[in-house]
Design a protein around this ligand. Sequence first.
Ligand code: CUA
Length: 322
Amino acid sequence: MWQTLPLFPQQASSVAAQVDQLYFFLVTVAAFFSTGIFLTIFYFAIRYRRSRHPQAHEVEGALPLELAWTLIPLGLTMVMFVWGASLFFAENQPPRDSLKVYVVGKQWMWKVEHMDGTREINELHVPVNRDIELITVSQDVIHSFFVPEFRIKQDVLPGRYRHFWFRPTRVGTYHLFCAEYCGTQHSHMTGQVVVMEPAAYEQWLGGGTGGSLSASGERLFQQLGCATCHKADASGRGPSLAGLFGQTVKMADGRALVVDENYLRTCITNPDATRVAGFPAIMPNFSTQVGEEGLLQLVEYIKSLKQQPGQPAAPAAGPKGQ
Ligand code: CUA
């Protein structure tokens, strides 16, 4: 649509056209009212100029007019709100079978980790026409993951995993920017997203070396001694982690939490916040011993642990216990 009028970046993702439609709506509304208001100002300035109307006189109000200028803008802004919010939610709720990729932002680079263990810096390779879910976290300050061609701009937060997704629709190479001022080198925090044909992507992916993320996580799990308390059966001092992901866990303070990536992350970096009911409060804090990359490896390892045959789904189970 815009090849001949290159005001906008290419539309290279499934949401790009929808974001543009909303944007055009906003621009049209703003342009319509700005034009109307300025034309009226000029018209009134001439029509009611002082030389012809030396005496001003009070106007006592006009109910229909006041209703109109209240209700019309209310309706328009509600349209903007509902439209914008639904698009925002759509971008933030990844479809179930999407391809997951971790992105860690740090001053001043993007570190990408694929599930098979392939790592990249300032580059993200993805297959075309596939839903890509990014699980993002920052190692330091707030960054923002911005790919104009995909119409995706999402904050990357320290200490918390955020999920959002896109579906690239064209093979090509696209700019990746950091869109949140994050320090002196912010403007250099750029990279590229390479969208490939599925076959080429599979070939590219073959280059992983150190094993999958969850395999690295397992090594770390052993190194840090997690396995001494978290045994596969219920015999450990901490809760068993098998089949834990997605379960609801009861906390010592009565809350019931669903085990997702953020829950696991909190258990490791701030265990006081997630003391699981029925376990002693002995889980140490690992926040200084594991970096963001180690954390996401551990999270992937725990996610990969399947329930032991013959064991109950461990309703009280929680990672790193209390
Ligand atoms: Cu990272 Cu700006």
